[in-house]
Design a protein around this ligand. Structure first.
Ligand code: SF4
Length: 338
């Protein structure tokens, strides 16, 4: 396991850190059959560290299976991490008992990829959005109703939509419902798990702009899991690139897109479509398939596919270290060569 240092916003001028994730690990062990061999341990997340400030959006990107969703869900304890620390305002969430965690969930919400699957089909929209307020016993019934009306307005839904059921909404409207529900408790952090990837392209921009407006208004921090780099470029302040359960590069958005350093980040960016064909870069093709997280390579996990690999890369795992950048910029990289 790598001991990646806490990385990212640690400069004096930066806004206060809301969330600090230290050396997060999530391993899955399969069930051993009678007299069978020891099943492999799937190292879904292996020593991930980062910080997230109030009102900031940090995107987690990488190929599917790189551990970005598991990392985000581990932060909320929707999957139970194997080890590490998840400090929210300095309190380690992994040390809380069930009731303490339930109370802390007021500050932590999630918006799912598939809004339809995350909304109960038997409840009307007003009840769905008001449910978190009811669960926490917040306000009287009439006050709650007034708050739900306000939440509908915030996400651009008309008050009469409160009496409709999820199947009566379009995909974009359902995601607005999911956002209204996530906002109900005025959270400090929302995990956005591919929140627009199930939506039509024309609706994606509306939902992304809505999320950005709500962040401006309420100062919410987003941990934004996505594979669409155009969306990431639009909404994020910083970007963390993951490969096979580890962060290989973190930088502020403009630096990362203009000057990607890690060989894997370069590959990822070269595959992303660019709006202006004159600025298109040549696509870098990788050899081979990503290794299984049940049998990750020793040393740098990218060495089996990296065009710049050296002998040291096969033996020693590179730590995530801060690189010299322009004033006010942050750039962290895990690579022996660059
Ligand atoms: Fe490539 Fe070596 Fe850097 Fe890993 S450490 S990304 S294998 S050059």
């Amino acid at each position: 396991m790598s001991s990646a240092p806490t990385s990212g916003v640690l400069h004096a001028s930066d806004p206060p850190v809301l969330l600090e994730v230290r050396s997060l690990v999530k391993h899955y062990t399969g069930q051993r059959r009678w007299f069978g061999p020891q099943p492999p341990v799937v190292q879904a997340v292996d020593g991930v560290s980062f910080t997230l400030s109030r009102g900031e959006t940090l995107a987690l990107v990488g190929e599917s299976g790189c551990g970005k969703t598991t990392t985000a869900k581990s932060v909320l304890r929707l999957v139970e991490p194997t080890s590490g620390q998840v400090l929210l305002e300095g309190v380690d969430l992994l040390g809380l008992d069930a009731e303490q965690m339930r109370l802390r969930r007021r500050d932590l919400q999630i918006i799912f990829q598939d809004p339809y699957a995350s909304l109960s089909p038997r409840l009307d929209a007003g009840t769905i959005v008001g449910e978190p307020l009811r669960n926490f016993g917040i306000a009287s019934r009439s006050e709650r109703e007034a708050q739900v009306v306000e939440l509908f307005a915030k996400v651009g839904l008309r008050p009469e939509a409160m009496r409709k059921y999820p199947h009566e909404f379009s995909g974009g409207q359902r995601q607005r419902l999911g956002i209204a529900r996530a906002l109900a408790l005025k959270p400090k952090l929302i995990v956005c798990d591919e929140p627009v990837s199930a939506l039509d392209v024309s609706v994606q921009a509306q939902v992304i702009n809505l999320l950005a407006d709500l962040q401006q208004e309420f100062g919410i921090a987003y941990l934004f899991v996505a594979h669409d780099l155009a969306v990431v470029r639009h909404i994020s302040h910083r970007v963390a690139v993951m490969y096979l359960g580890r962060i290989v590069e973190i930088a502020d958005r403009d630096t990362l897109f203009a000057q990607p350093l890690h060989p894997y980040t370069r590959v990822l960016l070269s595959a992303a479509p660019v709006p202006d064909p004159r600025r298109a870069t040549q696509r870098i093709l990788l050899e081979g398939e990503p290794p299984s997280p049940a049998r990750p390579p020793a040393g740098c996990r990218f060495h089996t596919r990296c065009p710049q690999a050296q002998p040291v890369c096969r033996e020693t795992s590179p730590n995530l270290t801060e690189r010299a950048t322009a004033p006010g910029r942050t750039h962290w990289l895990a690579c022996h060569v660059i």
